[in-house]
Design a protein around this ligand. Structure first.
Ligand code: NAP
Length: 228
């Protein structure tokens, strides 16, 4: 399958690498490929610049958001939550229409410093904003409640643990569940919460996730819903 992974951060890199390792064709999308490739500094978390990652993954290509979305049969949103709608607008609604869009982004608002707050929150979510802005897209919120290394390798966390799925389109959620199975998620670990409004709940797990990160001291943990 042809996947457009929109986003050049560590999540985009991790998802793109996993998809490529599974035999999918992958194009990563960015605002401006030239300036993305020209970055030489590590990102805010100390990860090496994107160009270094791309050199090590020569089967993956870098294009603009627009070109990537036009080419992909399915789209993964791994952009910063505050810029996601903007990134998808530049991808172009015609290029997204009819496609499954896996939304991994969280609407973290760093404008008031750390820890970040959420915007939107409570009565709205980024997943819903994206679905409202692009009504012809099949938005499936998933994987946003864990560190990206666990997204593609659930065995990093011992025992059964949970990945949530939210979206309006049943077939799209089935397609995403199949992809999750190929990433190593067991059928029983996937909880379908319902329509896209349920993304409010999974996005609102982020404040507790961030506090757990501080308390546990590492990111190799996940939520497990016992008795589900
Ligand atoms: P990030 O630094 O949050 O986002 C980088 C991407 O966002 C880049 O591709 C950048 O475009 C794009 N972007 C930023 N501002 C933009 C704007 N105003 N307009 C258009 N595009 C914009 O990357 P990340 O750390 O990999 O996280 C990606 C997403 O996954 C976030 O929403 C995050 O909350 C979520 N998430 C992260 C983890 C994790 O393990 N880190 C876990 C769960 C969910 P350019 O390429 O053009 O610079």
């Amino acid at each position: 399958m042809r996947y457009a992974v929109l986003g050049t951060g560590v999540v985009g890199q991790t998802i793109a690498a996993k998809l490529a390792s599974l035999g999918h064709e992958v194009v990563v999308g960015t605002r401006d490929p030239q300036s993305t490739l020209a970055r030489t500094e590590p990102d805010g978390y100390g990860n090496p610049p994107f160009s270094q990652w791309l050199e090590a993954h020569e089967q993956v290509h870098l294009e603009t958001f627009t070109e990537a979305a036009a080419w992909g049969e399915a789209v993964v949103n791994t952009t910063a939550g505050a810029g996601s709608v903007q990134a998808l607008e530049s991808a172009g609604s015609a290029n997204l229409a009819g496609k499954v869009l896996i939304d991994i982004a969280n609407p973290l608002d760093f404008s008031q410093g750390m820890p970040p707050s959420l915007n939107p929150v409570n009565t709205d979510s980024l997943g819903e904003q994206i679905q409202r802005t692009f009504p012809d897209v099949k938005v499936v919120k998933a994987l946003n409640t864990m560190n990206c290394q666990i997204m593609v390798d659930p065995s990093r966390v011992p025992g059964e643990h949970t990945v949530f799925v939210s979206g309006n389109d049943t077939d799209a959620k089935k397609q995403v569940a199949e992809l999750l199975a190929s990433f190593g998620w067991s059928e029983s670990s996937v909880i379908d919460l319902g329509d896209i409004t349920t993304a409010r709940g999974t996005e609102m797990l982020l404040p507790i996730w961030l506090r757990l990160w501080g308390a546990v001291g590492h990111a190799d943990f996940n939520f497990h819903i016992a008795g589900a």
